[in-house]
Design a protein around this ligand. Structure first.
Ligand code: B12
Ligand code: SF4
Length: 500
């Protein structure tokens, strides 16, 4: 069967800092290729809609699958589905990915016949039976599949994440993937899932709070096969198990792989296992993203982060000593007043780290989707990108955005000043010599993208597709929120974060 896989375009407020390869889509492609299908892929983060039209016209796919990790991309994906049906009448159109998995039935209804099915959960296991059922029938019996007739059996977790390998070769314009100065940059996955249960996050509900590790040899083989000099490790929390991080490090040392890495982790994990991070710093780990979320204990409790402000500050010190450049995320509560923005600005200027701000957003799949008592002020998918306020703000919305952008601008100026002092010019020159312009463009685009007037105007756009109304529910033991329901042997009971 001819299968075309599509990733929608980048979200407006993330495109300036990063644009990364769609690893999930590539893994789904890998599974379909291994089963003998003809597969092509197009990523609209780095290709134009006209390229998609050309692909539809020339390849004439039997099936088109669209990746929907991000809620804000749902209207675009429905548009792609309509386009595919119009250009290739009779082709089977399906959606898959993180966000759409939580609201599959609702999106199918909204697509009004342009989408034939949603494959919920991990795509690698379901794609081959799904494609077989497209020709042979029996769609409703496939685990994870939802059609207009309703859901079939629940999705199944992969036993091992070692296979299939992502079909990286299918992605054109790979040189356009970057994160900050790591330009160009590929992605890799060492572990999947997260054993914590933060109230604002859907990573743990998606995987039913399970946690799986790639075998060190498979991870190192995959890494060695990556052509790019920089690699983003997509794991939700890197090196929860230090022996696993060490085993991969040993394998890549043996293979003499030398690259620069960017990873995400938690403060408590970094403090508990400093040696493994030090070892990776020697191997090329350059950047680390720490989801601090709040600078006070009250905020950390509210988000059920299960770390203290002290641990956060110690983790920053530890990372500095390792020579790592750290980016911190803080969640902006729409209830903030000007004083709270001022305190955050002060904090951001006082620390050498890069500070990112995201706006607290109840998503389907998160606990706060069910428990947040403030009513949504909008259900426009496009505003659910954690850069817009979707619950009432204490400040008038215009002032809220002014404060948000002002804070981001202060942080950005500090960051640019810091980078200039620590060698941005050298990095720029090196990248430009190799024809890599992503980082240079990012530096100049800030003011165009972060603009309070533009953010406010986004709320006034006509809305065609809306999120469902959240069902207020008592989430009790929280298992009711799991998308994948199998409970693997190494999942942790609620309330007990893993220790090493
Ligand atoms: C790595 C990551 C990123 C990376 C890379 C993103 C990329 N290009 O793919 C970066 C840092 C760029 C990023 C950015 C953002 N991210 Co992000 N990210 C993740 C993270 C941690 C892992 C994703 C990943 O690569 N997993 C590994 C791969 C193998 O899995 P996967 O992509 O989920 O794919 C599997 C399934 O989803 C499915 N699948 C995927 N595509 C398809 C397609 C088809 C056809 C089928 C059948 C199946 C299928 O099968 C795949 C294999 O099992 C997730 C959390 C999580 N654990 O899922 C958050 C997450 C997806 N991100 C999130 C957010 C909010 C963002 C940002 C909006 C944050 C911001 N404001 O800056 C931006 C937006 C980026 C954009 N598109 O413009 C939210 C999504 C919330 C939502 N409901 O919309 C998540 C869930 C984290 C969270 N806190 O809850 N992100
Ligand atoms: S630790 Fe990170 S990935 Fe895990 S639940 Fe919390 S925010 Fe989500």
């Amino acid at each position: 069967m001819r299968l075309l896989l599509v990733h929608p375009s980048a979200l407006m407020y993330s495109e300036i800092f990063l644009r990364l390869e769609p690893l999930g889509l590539e893994r789904v492609a890998g599974a379909a290729l291994a089963a003998g299908h003809q597969v092509r892929a197009i990523d609209l983060q780095v290709s134009r809609p006209a390229d998609l039209d050309r692909e539809l016209a020339s390849f004439r796919p039997d099936a088109v699958g669209v990746s929907l990790n991000y809620l804000a991309n749902i209207p675009e994906a429905i548009g792609i589905a309509h386009r595919a049906k119009a250009m290739v009448p009779g082709c089977f159109v399906f959606l898959g990915g993180h966000s759409v998995s939580f609201i599959a039935g609702h999106v199918l209804e909204q697509a009004n016949g342009a989408v034939d099915a949603v494959l919920r959960g991990e795509g690698e296991a379901g794609i081959v039976p799904l494609l077989a059922a497209v020709t042979d029938g029996g769609l409703r019996g496939i685990p994870g599949v939802v059609t207009a007739d309703g859901p079939g059996p629940g999705p199944q977790l992969l036993e091992s994440i070692d296979e299939p390998r992502p079909a990286r070769h299918l992605m054109r314009n790979r040189r356009r993937y970057f994160i900050g100065e790591l330009d160009p940059c590929a992605s890799i996955e060492f572990t999947r899932g997260c054993p914590w249960d933060c109230s604002f996050c859907s990573a743990w509900t998606f995987y039913g709070r399970s946690y799986r590790k790639a075998s060190p040899a498979a991870a190192a083989d995959e890494l060695a096969a990556i052509a790019e000099p920089n690699v983003f490790i997509v794991d939700d929390v890197a090196f929860i198990r230090p022996e696993h991080g060490d085993a991969i490090a040993a394998e890549i040392e043996r293979r003499r792989v030398r690259k620069r890495y960017y990873l995400e982790t938690r403060s408590d994990v970094l403090l508990r296992n400093p040696e493994v991070f030090q070892r990776w710093a020697r191997l090329g780990l350059a950047y680390m993203f720490l989801g601090m979320e709040a600078i006070d204990a009250e905020g950390l409790d509210l988000y059920r982060k299960r770390v203290s402000p002290d641990q956060n500050f110690h983790a920053l010190e530890a990372a500095r000593k390792m020579g790592l450049m750290v980016a911190i995320n803080l969640i902006v509560d729409p209830a903030w007043d000007t004083e709270q923005f001022r305190v955050v600005r002060e904090f951001a200027l006082a620390v050498p780290e890069i500070v990112h701000l995201t706006v607290l957003t109840p998503y389907p799949g998160t606990e706060i989707w069910h428990t947040e008592s403030r009513r949504l002020t909008t259900r426009d998918y496009r505003l659910f990108d954690i850069q817009h306020a979707v619950v009432p703000t204490t400040l008038p919305l215009e002032i809220f955005y002014r404060e948000l952008v002002r804070t981001q601008a202060v942080i950005n100026r500090k960051h640019l000043g810091l980078r200039a002092a620590t060698g941005a010019a050298r990095i720029l020159a090196r990248n430009l010599t190799h024809g890599q312009t992503n980082f240079a463009r990012m530096i100049w685009r800030f003011n165009r993208v972060y603009n309070a007037g533009r953010q406010l105007a986004d709320h006034a756009r006509p809305v065609r597709y809306e999120l469902p109304v959240p069902a207020q529910a008592d989430v009790g033991g929280r298992q009711a929120l799991y998308l994948h329901n199998r409970r693997p042997a190494h999942a942790y009971p609620a309330g007990t974060p893993p220790s090493s």
